[in-house]
Design a protein around this ligand. Structure first.
Ligand code: UT7
Length: 327
C-alpha cells in the first residue's frame, strides 16, 4: 500500500483582530410599535431592545460584510495578501447562489482563498471560529477571515408581533491565525434538529415555506436559558479554566433576560464584563457576537489578553461556544 502524505499546521491559534459594521439608519422602538400593537416599554421590558439598525434599501448583506471585513483587516494589521480563507456565516443571503464568501474575497482583492458560506443561523459566527481554528491547526489555511453578516430586514414581516421588534441588520468579522500559545479554546458545539420548527420561515397557504421569519419565542427562550448555560460551562472546562478565570462574557445577543439568566445559572463572578450590545443593535443573528466583541474592545470593556467566553445559539437548533483571548 502506498502511504499518503498529510499536512500539519500551527499548534495554536488566536483571533488577531475584530471588525464591525453598523448600518447608519437607527430605528427606535417608537418607529415599529404601531404595526405590531406594542409599546416601547413592553419591548424594553421583555427583550431589552431600545433601538436597532436597518440597512438602506440599496445596501446588501455583502456590502455590510465588506465593511466589517475591511475594519477587521485594518484593526488586526494583517496583510490581506496572507488571508487564504474566508468563512461567512449568514442566513440572509442576497442571492441563493453563489455563496457570498468568494464574492467578498474578490471585493477585498484576496488571492484565491478557500471561501465558503456557513449556515448555522445565530451560531454561524462561533461555528466559523471553530472551523477556522481547526483549518489553521490542520494546515489547511494559515489566516482566515470569519464573518457573521445579516440583513434580517430582508426576511422580516413588520407586522409579526413575535419577530418585528427583535431583529436588526449588521456585520461583524474576526481574523484567525497562528499563535505561539492557545488563543482559541476547544469549540463545544452541537444541534437539535428535532426542534427545527422553533425558528423557521412562515408557512404559505399551500404549506410551502414563505419569505419571512417566524419564531416560537417562548420555547426558544426556555431552550436558550436552560440548555445554553451548560454548553458555555463545558467550553470553559474544555479550555482548562473555571468561571473565575473569565474576564468577559459575549453571548449571542438574543434577549437581555436570556443573558441575565445565563449569567446567574453559570454563577459568573461579579468581575465578569457582560456584552449588552442588544440594547442598541437588537438581535443581528450571526453578526451579534463579533459586533458585541468589537464594541467591548473599542469601548475599553475588553482589553488585550482578557479571557472571553463566547457562545452563539439559534435556528437549527444549532449552538457553538468557545473561550478566546481578546486580541
Ligand atoms: O436569535 C435566535 C434565538 N432567539 C432567541 O433566543 C429569542 C428567544 N425568545 C425571546 O426572546 C422572547 O420569547 C421574545 C422577546 C421574543 C418574546 O417575549 P416573551 O416574554 O416570550 O413574550 P410572549 O410571547 O410570552 O408573550 C407575552 C405576552 C402575551 O400576552 P398574554 O398572553 O400574557 O396576555 C403576548 O400576547 O405579551 C404579548 N405579546 C406582545 N405584547 C406587545 C407578544 N408579543 C408582543 C409584542 N408587543 N410584540
Amino acid at each position: 500500500m502506498k502511504a499518503l502524505a498529510q499536512r500539519t499546521g500551527a499548534q495554536y491559534t488566536r483571533i488577531l483582530g475584530f471588525g464591525g459594521y453598523r448600518p447608519q439608519r437607527l430605528v427606535p422602538n417608537s418607529e415599529i410599535v404601531e404595526a405590531i400593537d406594542s409599546s416601547d416599554e413592553w419591548i424594553q421590558e421583555r427583550s431589552g431592545v431600545r433601538t436597532r439598525h436597518f440597512a438602506r434599501d440599496d445596501e446588501t448583506m455583502l456590502d455590510m460584510a465588506e465593511s466589517a471585513a475591511r475594519d477587521a483587516i485594518a484593526r488586526s494589521g494583517v496583510d490581506p495578501a496572507t488571508i487564504d480563507g474566508v468563512i461567512l456565516g449568514s442566513v440572509t443571503h442576497d442571492m441563493f447562489t453563489p455563496a457570498a464568501a468568494p464574492m467578498l474575497a474578490d471585493r477585498l482583492g484576496l488571492d484565491s482563498p478557500v471561501a465558503f458560506d456557513l449556515s448555522a443561523a445565530c451560531a454561524g459566527y462561533c461555528h466559523g471560529i471553530g472551523v477556522a481554528s481547526d483549518l489553521v491547526r490542520a494546515g489547511s489555511a494559515s489566516t482566515v477571515l470569519v464573518l457573521g453578516a445579516e440583513r434580517l430586514t430582508s426576511v422580516l414581516d413588520p407586522s409579526d408581533r413575535g419577530t418585528a421588534f427583535i431583529f436588526g441588520d449588521g456585520a461583524g468579522a474576526a481574523i484567525v491565525g497562528a499563535s505561539d500559545h492557545v488563543g482559541i479554546g476547544p469549540t463545544i458545539w452541537g444541534s437539535d434538529g428535532a426542534a427545527w420548527e422553533a425558528i423557521r420561515p412562515n408557512v404559505l397557504e399551500d404549506g410551502s415555506p414563505g419569505p419571512t421569519i417566524t419564531m416560537q419565542g417562548q420555547s426558544v427562550f426556555r431552550w436558550a436559558v436552560w440548555s445554553m448555560a451548560p454548553v458555555a460551562l463545558r467550553a470553559i472546562d474544555a479550555a482548562g479554566l473555571s468561571v473565575d478565570d473569565i474576564d468577559v462574557f459575549i453571548p449571542h445577543q438574543a434577549n437581555t433576560r436570556i443573558i441575565d439568566a445565563m449569567v446567574k445559572q453559570m454563577k459568573l463572578p461579579e468581575h465578569v464584563k457582560v456584552a449588552r450590545d442588544i440594547v442598541d443593535m437588537a438581535n443581528t443573528s450571526a453578526a451579534s457576537v463579533p459586533l458585541a466583541a468589537e464594541r467591548m474592545i473599542r469601548e475599553g470593556q475588553a482589553k488585550s489578553g482578557d479571557i472571553a467566553l463566547q457562545i452563539g445559539f439559534g435556528a437549527g437548533l444549532a449552538y457553538a461556544a468557545q473561550v478566546i483571548e481578546i486580541p
